[in-house]
Design a protein around this ligand. Structure first.
Ligand code: ADP
Ligand code: MG
Length: 348
């Protein structure tokens, strides 16, 4: 039995899958979450229900764990830093400062010589007018976006509503005529070694991931460039754990970084069934400083379908064939567009 107790901040499906991977490695997990119903409590060894700024509960959490990680990046930075003073938080909190903030994230990526969509920092309607060349574009809140929340399509300057008061910062991105979207998932260990999965091809509907598949149908140059740039990003962030880079491919076959997720990723759920080691196990191994296991695919191809909102009801009563793996996240409330589960289908 391992002596390590891992603290996980957040209790959604990613937290659940991290707990399951930890269990396999005999690592004890303590989840802290501000969601009393978070499904990860069904898989963790202990669950602490608390607001993230509750000093007493956070202290209790810190006292009980050896190392801390998280399932989502939008945790207030000062809280991560406070925890990090006493117990190591991995990936390092300073990385979140960059990737929580679209402006800093895109600047960081561009400074490494890696292309992103064309973008501008926006504080006012006037800033949008000055950047009319980016229209049609997408106005995104500079912080706190996920699954398309905080995004507004602007086809022309007329779409800026008179009552918008720009109380928060935004970035405006040129709308890319997408040929494909891919993601690269890697795990970087504490000694700097990296294990990496081949690119995964993703389809989004209404800005939410709907479908992922491997192998991605893209040319070798794109595969190589995507793997190299993801590794470069991880190295320059001095990243520890599993990390994801989302890419756009435009009609000219240019590879553009969309965003970095400092965590395990929805597109990587198929790694649970399609590989000898999942993105979750890789993450646990890296943050707990265990041995690296290079990922090896154990099927010919795989696809993953996200099950959103009410769709889950139909899946709950379905029977599945060999090679089909249904995951029900066990969320109590069904909400429109909420990620309720997924199905992975392997082809041998
Ligand atoms: P989130 O943080 O919500 O994941 P993203 O910036 O990744 O936000 O956007 C979600 C999805 O919306 C993308 O995967 C893509 O399908 C679409 N999208 C976002 N930005 C653009 C863009 N500039 N051009 C074309 N499609 C975009
Ligand atoms: Mg995204």
């Amino acid at each position: 039995m391992s002596e390590i107790t891992l603290g996980i901040i957040g209790s959604g499906q990613l937290g659940s899958m991290l707990c399951q991977a930890a269990k396999k490695l005999n690592i004890k997990t303590i989840v802290i979450s501000d969601d009393a119903q978070g499904p990860a409590q069904n898989f963790s060894d202990q669950f602490i229900f608390s607001k993230y700024d509750d000093q007493i509960m956070i202290k209790d959490f810190i006292n009980k764990v050896d190392v801390v990680t998280f399932e989502f990046e939008n945790i207030p930075l000062d809280i991560l830093k406070k925890i990090d003073k006493e117990k190591k938080v991995l990936p390092k909190p300073d990385i979140n400062k960059i990737v929580q903030n679209r402006k800093l994230e895109k600047t960081f990526v561009n400074d490494l010589g890696i292309k992103t969509t064309e973008w501008a920092f926006i504080r006012s309607a006037e800033d949008v007018s000055k950047n009319e060349k980016l229209l049609p574009g997408i106005l995104k809140t500079n912080t706190l976006g996920y699954d398309g929340h905080g995004q507004f399509v602007l086809n022309s300057l007329d779409d800026i509503k008179k009552d918008w008061c720009f109380t928060t910062d935004y970035i405006l991105e040129k709308k890319v005529n997408l040929k494909k979207e891919i993601s690269v998932i890697l795990t970087r260990f504490q000694n700097g070694t990296i294990s990496i999965y081949s690119p995964i091809e993703n389809v989004h509907e209404n800005q939410i991931l709907k479908h992922s598949k491997i192998p991605a149908e893209v040319n070798d140059k794109i595969i190589n460039d995507a793997l190299q740039s993801a590794k470069k990003i991880a190295k320059h962030l001095d990243y520890v754990g599993t990390m994801t880079v989302e890419y756009f491919i435009n009609q000219n076959n240019d590879l553009l970084v969309n965003e970095i997720a400092p965590r395990v990723h929805n597109s990587g759920h198929l790694t649970i069934n399609a590989f000898n080691v999942s993105q979750f196990e890789g993450h646990i191994r890296a943050v707990c400083d265990l041995k690296i296991i290079p990922p090896g695919i154990i099927c010919k191809s795989a696809e993953m379908i996200n099950i959103l909102g009410k769709e889950i009801e139909e899946y709950r009563s379905k029977t599945f064939r060999e090679g089909e793996f249904f995951f029900d996240y066990g969320k109590k409330k069904i909400k429109d567009k909420r990620k309720m589960g997924h199905l992975t289908i392997l082809k041998k």
